[in-house]
Design a protein around this ligand. Structure first.
Ligand code: F0G
Length: 378
């Protein structure tokens, strides 16, 4: 008898055969995953070269970013091991997800965030969900260093993406893309900050193609992930990573000491998954490039205005970099391309409002005045 519920109950259930999930685990879930793959029809047409571009809108996860995929797996494992507290450094989204899943599990969350450089929505999430929020007078990289030292000193589980269970959860986004399209895309575009997500997607795409990637992440898979499972597709995409120009260690070839960008989610100078990300890019025949803050904001607005998709600045970079690479002739004509939009635009209302002031009219509260204003703009 099949005792599994028929409706969707989260990615640990849906992909349990390919994840380190055991029957005795208490699953900590907010019914994350199963996010839409939205065709960007106008942008595809305007980009030309007969490309088809889809956005995997991860902003529609329960806490508004892709982090929920990794957090359900990492917190489930931490609770299974008897952990009473979790800790992370974060530019915002990880802290929001950690706080939510800790609340769900009934464990304590400690989150270290860079002072003054975190989008308002993310801070609100961590605070209301009961995490202990520690603002440090430093950046994400400082926070990461401290977290690693803390975990050596106290019985507390790190839930940053250096926790391999995070990557295991996050690889399911690649599974969903292939399941939805019925094949692997030709290219996959993704923002790169701490570099965990690009590594996780590569593991996911590789596993679905029945190929063991040469990355260390899959060394870990071999132990806990019941690989190999049957292949679902016969190809893998070329992986394209994009970084903000002021925070682009992969483009510079080494750590950036004082990272800066309007895309605060990826304001990271010393990514932890350096080797895994390089392996993913090289093994797939892809590349990492950068976008300026201006380009990032322009594309964020373009996605919102032309496609009705409101993502945060860090997410827009995936589409921004892609459109530029198409224009430069670097993408094969006729390609099927997917882009991960990692977080929801509502995370960072300040940045959205700042660049949209021209859309707001101030007029007297009189019907005539409103009528005139509308008719002038029809
Ligand atoms: N996009 C968003 C919206 C993010 O929040 C992050 C990372 C990334 C992209 C980059 O992903 O680190 O796996 O390369 N945010 C982390 C955080 C660092 O603390 O929320 P990555």
């Amino acid at each position: 008898m099949n005792l599994r519920p028929k409706h969707y109950v989260g990615l640990l259930d849906r992909y349990r055969d390919r994840l380190p999930v055991t029957p005795d685990m208490r699953i900590i879930s907010l019914v994350e995953g199963n996010t839409p793959l939205i065709p960007l029809e106008k942008l595809s047409r305007e980009a030309g070269h007969e490309v088809q571009i889809f956005a995997k809108f991860e902003g529609l996860n329960p806490t508004g970013s892709f982090k929920d995929r990794g957090m359900t797996m990492a917190v489930t494992q931490a609770v299974h091991e008897g952990t009473r507290a979790i800790i992370c450094a974060s530019t915002g989204n990880t802290s929001a997800a950690a706080a939510a899943y800790a609340a769900r599990a009934g464990v304590r969350a400690f989150v270290l965030i860079p002072e003054g450089k975190i989008a308002l929505g993310k801070l609100a999430q961590a605070m209301i969900q009961g995490a202990v929020v520690v603002q440090i007078e430093g950046n994400f990289d400082d926070g990461m260093r401290i977290v690693k030292e803390m975990a050596d000193a106290a019985p507390i589980a790190i839930v940053n993406s250096i926790n391999p269970y995070r990557l295991q959860g996050q690889k399911t986004a690649a599974f969903e893309i292939v399941d939805e399209l019925g094949r692997a895309p030709d290219y996959h575009c993704i923002p790169v900050g701490n570099a965990g997500n690009i590594s996780a997607y590569w593991v996911g795409f590789s596993e679905y193609a029945g190929i063991k990637p040469r990355t260390a992440a899959c060394g870990f898979c071999a132990e806990v992930c019941r690989f190999p499972q049957p292949a679902v597709t016969d190809s893998r995409p070329i992986m394209l990573g994009y970084q903000a120009a002021g925070s682009a260690p992969f483009v510079r070839g080494g750590p950036v000491e004082h990272p800066e960008t309007v895309a605060t989610a990826i304001r990271i100078g010393n990514p932890q998954s350096w080797d895994l990300a390089w392996a993913a890019v090289r093994e797939s025949g892809g590349w990492v490039d950068e976008c300026t803050d201006e380009e990032i904001l322009q594309v964020q607005k373009l996605l919102a205005e032309r496609e009705g998709v409101f993502c945060e600045p860090a997410s827009a970079i995936a589409v921004g970099g892609l459109l530029r690479d198409i224009a430069r002739g670097k993408i094969k004509p006729g390609s099927l391309i997917t882009c991960t939009l990692t977080g929801h635009g509502l995370k960072d209302p300040d940045t959205a409002i700042k660049q949209s002031h021209s859309g707001v009219l101030r007029i007297p509260a009189q019907t005539d005045a409103v009528k005139r204003a509308i008719l002038e703009r029809m």
